[in-house]
Design a protein around this ligand. Sequence first.
Ligand SMILES: C[S@@+](CC[C@H](N)C(=O)[O-])C[C@H]1O[C@@H](n2cnc3c(N)ncnc32)[C@H](O)[C@@H]1O
Length: 273
Amino acid sequence: MTTPHPAETVKACCATAYQSDAVAAILGDSYHPGGLALTRHLARSLQLQPGMRVLDVAAGPGSTALLLAAEFGCEVVGVDLGERNVARAREAARQAGLADRVGFRTADAEQLPFEDRSFDAVVCECAFCTFPDKPTAARELARVLRPGGRAGITDITVTPGGLPPDLTDLAGWVACLADARPLEQYAELLAAAGLRTGLAERHDDALRRMVEQIDARLRVHRMTTAGKAGSPLTGADIHRALALTAQAQRAVAAGAAGYALLIADKPKEAPAP
Ligand SMILES: C[S@@+](CC[C@H](N)C(=O)[O-])C[C@H]1O[C@@H](n2cnc3c(N)ncnc32)[C@H](O)[C@@H]1O
């Protein structure tokens, strides 16, 4: 799909939305379906080991990077376009006593500021769907991986033509839906970048639960804090957010939107003859 919005507009809107207090209040610590339980499953599927160097692309508030360092003993770098998220994630690493093993940088997934082959593994959760230039982003993931390294992606999937128009405009991009792809297309994008998908799983129920949680938290805020000074949702159009959430719930129930996990490896180079 070609976005009707300039790529820089899409990126800026995503970065701004995901570092807002409103999103933190609605999504909690982890900004993807399945939460940290699915992150643990992703890490185990990647066979992460202590000392491995891992890149978290579009790290958001940094919860995944901190988990990979604390529970799997990895050295992690997280990048995100949102400067405020990067600052928050750095502070969270400092408070958790992990700043020596986890760092965060402001960077664009389509232009990663790292040398070729500098990571053992790359993770990207619920963000690849928002990148306007997916082939470039996939090439960047592959470029920074060492041969034999693995990429682990979890992301929203959609059935082509399955979403109502409201979910395919700019708000739909920010909500990770508008340019999400079928699972097979993610595997094709990775393959075109030289990454072989060895594991692909569906986790549609994780998306259903997340949308339900968003709906419930929006309603609680509407009843309690909305309009009150200091509320994280001050200025947010809760009515519109609830209408979009209802449409997303219908899309998930109809099977038009789901969530998937892919593990893809960068083949080792053939030994020189
Ligand atoms: C749905 S959140 C997911 C955050 C995190 N991966 C998680 O699961 O908690 C999407 C994140 O992607 C970031 N993002 C969007 N486009 C980006 C880009 N081109 N480069 C880097 N980060 C980007 C946003 O700033 C946001 O933090």
